[in-house]
Design a protein around this ligand. Structure first.
Ligand code: PEP
Ligand code: MG
Length: 582
């Protein structure tokens, strides 16, 4: 049994068979073979090994002819390894004596060797470990042949284990068959993590290296509540997690009963609880849980669903689906937030990849440099806005000039639609995200020029604390409870009050029940959250009074460090809703 701890990013417990995604997406279909089949399986292994050796010998010849003997020597070493009698003997005896499939046996033995070499901590030897992984892939390729399975061709449920999944790979996961995933890298508010929540499958990210210990086909537990990944669990652990899987189901069913009840405090203050979505399909996750609207529609995911650039009609159709499904409830459509970890590389075209993409050409900056793209989207939003309560929101606004430029372009688009007699809604409210410290510091000036503000804590924390939101090596420094963040949020809430403009928090922070106590305490009345968090947030809201929340927020102001603030809020939440604190 092997256990790894990472960051829990999507709740629930999933138990199933592992599919390890390497760079080549190999999947070992079965771990065991029947006793009667061992001779045939050993023969199959030898055929595959021979084919792999022939292939390496050909590469050696080619390298020697084209590059010289010193390069050919690399393949000579591979060949020696592949023909090592001790190694072959070990694999064959696992097939004969333990009835392991040749795929599983080869992978297990070769990975053990690679790991032992890696653990010596020497750079030169670490490269030799990579040679062993290469040999493993080669043998697997010959064993699996046409039966090699990929994510797109799954036929049974699996838990995906990968070094990393890009947001687009995550977006394409088939949630009927991928019942959970874990990645070695990634942070709590990385876009991959956000999409895991959207898919509503248990997920853990940022576990650190563990894939070299897994071949695929093992039983794995992914605990998305506590951030645990367990490979090859023993019976006792398996029973414990089956119980917690059942308890989690009962817990969500109980919370589900709150879905039609309003998010209203004990003293009758209504909190608007909206949902964040990435794809039109997710609207159902929101309506099903009684969301008061869509507070953040991350439209850039339209790009990740398609390999081509979306047309105006693609935008329009997607927006109409969301608007119609929301039956008159507000829908905040955020203009494209492409760039950083969300952009498809093809989209960058010839331009060089930025050294620091998070600080580079992303989001509104990118839209303002690609006016045809920006105007196409704005046309679609304005046209769709005829069908419901639509609001448009600009992401990553940093300066007033930038905001004014974006508003001017919106006015241009309206003029153009007018000229062409196209029906649209000219009274669409215009708001902006506050997710750059500059915008929070100047919140009063911004509030005077927009209809609403929405605080994107995911980026606000990243930029204020100088911590990459996707990087697990600094995940311990990424804290929503940092006093600097709470002070910036207060500034924005106060600016909203002064200018009579609604302020929402739509970053992941507002999906965390303990922070909702704090946010209500400082006067926030609108949140937009991951849909699955809606029921538990309603539960918290319905169990407190505003004055209680204000007392909590007042105490938080006396605390100086994030750890104390988060511990205190956790303690307060436990008093209000004990079963929400796991
Ligand atoms: C945020 O930054 O908090 C936010 C909501 O935007 P995104 O997560 O899409 O960057
Ligand atoms: Mg953001």
């Amino acid at each position: 049994m092997l256990a790894r701890r990472g960051i829990a990013v999507s709740p629930g417990v999933a138990i199933g068979s592992a599919l390890v995604l390497g760079t080549e997406d190999f999947r070992i279909p079965q771990r065991f073979v029947s006793v009667d089949a061992v001779d045939t399986e050993v023969a199959r292994f030898r055929v595959a090994l021979d084919a792999a050796c022939r292939e390496i010998a050909e590469n050696e010849k080619l390298a020697s002819e084209q590059l010289g003997q010193q390069y050919a020597a690399i393949f000579g070493a591979h060949l020696q390894m592949a023909q090592n009698p001790k190694l072959i003997e070990e694999i064959e005896s696992l097939i004969r004596e333990k009835c392991l499939s040749p795929e599983f046996a080869s992978s297990r033995v070769l990975r053990r060797y690679a790991k032992a070499i890696q653990n010596l901590g020497n750079t030169y030897l670490a490269e030799r470990a990579a040679d062993i992984f290469d040999l493993e892939k080669r043998i697997l390729r010959h064993l699996l042949g046409e039966r090699r399975e990929e994510l797109a061709h799954l036929t049974e449920p699996v838990l995906v284990l990968a070094h990393n999944l890009t947001p687009s790979e995550t977006a394409r996961l088939n949630k009927q068959l991928v019942i959970g995933f874990a990645t070695e890298v990634g942070g709590s508010t990385s876009h991959t993590a956000i999409l895991a929540g959207a898919l509503e499958i248990p997920a853990v990210v940022g576990t650190g290296d563990f894939l070299s210990d897994v071949s695929g086909g093992e039983i794995v537990i992914i605990d998305g509540n506590h951030g645990e990944v367990i490979i090859d669990p023993d019976d006792k652990t398996l029973t414990k997690y089956r119980d917690s899987e059942a308890k989690f189901r009962t817990f969500t069913e109980r919370l589900d009963s709150l879905r039609q009840l309003p998010a209203e405090t004990l003293d009758g203050v209504r909190i608007q609880v909206m949902g964040n979505i990435e794809f039109p399909d997710e609207v159902e996750h929101c309506t099903h849980r009684g969301a008061d609207g869509i507070g953040l529609y991350r439209t850039e995911f339209l790009y990740l669903e398609n390999d081509r650039e979306p047309t105006e009609e693609d935008h329009y159709n997607a927006y109409c689906r969301v608007i119609q499904a929301m039956h008159g409830h507000p829908v905040v459509i955020r203009t494209l937030d492409l760039g950083a970890d969300k952009i498809p590389s093809s989209f960058l075209g010839a331009s060089e990849k930025a050294a620091n993409p998070v600080l580079s050409l992303r989001s509104l900056r990118l839209s303002l440099q690609n006016l045809p793209l920006f105007k196409t989207q704005l046309r679609a939003i304005l046209r769709a806005a005829v069908h419901g309560d639509v609001r448009v929101m600009f992401p990553l606004v940093t300066s007033l000039l930038e905001l004014r430029q974006a508003k001017m372009i919106l006015a241009d688009v309206m003029e153009d639609l007018d000229e062409h007699g196209v029906e649209f809604n000219r009274d669409v409210p215009v708001g902006m995200m506050v997710e750059v410290p500059a915008a929070a510091i100047l919140a009063h000036e911004f509030a005077a020029e927009v209809d609403f503000l929405s605080i994107g804590t995911n980026d606000l924390i990243q930029y204020t604390l100088a911590v990459d939101r996707s990087d697990p090596t600094v995940a311990n420094l990424y804290s929503s409870g940092d006093p600097s963040i709470l002070r910036l949020i207060r500034t924005v809430v106060e600016a909203g009050k002064t200018h009579n403009k609604p302020v929402t928090v739509c970053g992941q922070m507002s999906s965390d029940p303990k922070f909702v106590l704090q946010l209500i305490g400082i006067g926030l009345r609108h949140i937009s959250v991951t849909p699955h968090a809606i029921p538990e947030l309603k539960e918290v809201i319905r169990k407190i009074t505003v004055s209680h929340a204000e007392q909590i927020a007042a105490h938080v102001q006396t605390l100086e460090v994030a750890r104390d603030i988060e511990n205190y809020l956790r303690g307060e939440l436990k008093k209000v809703c004990p079963d929400l604190v796991m």
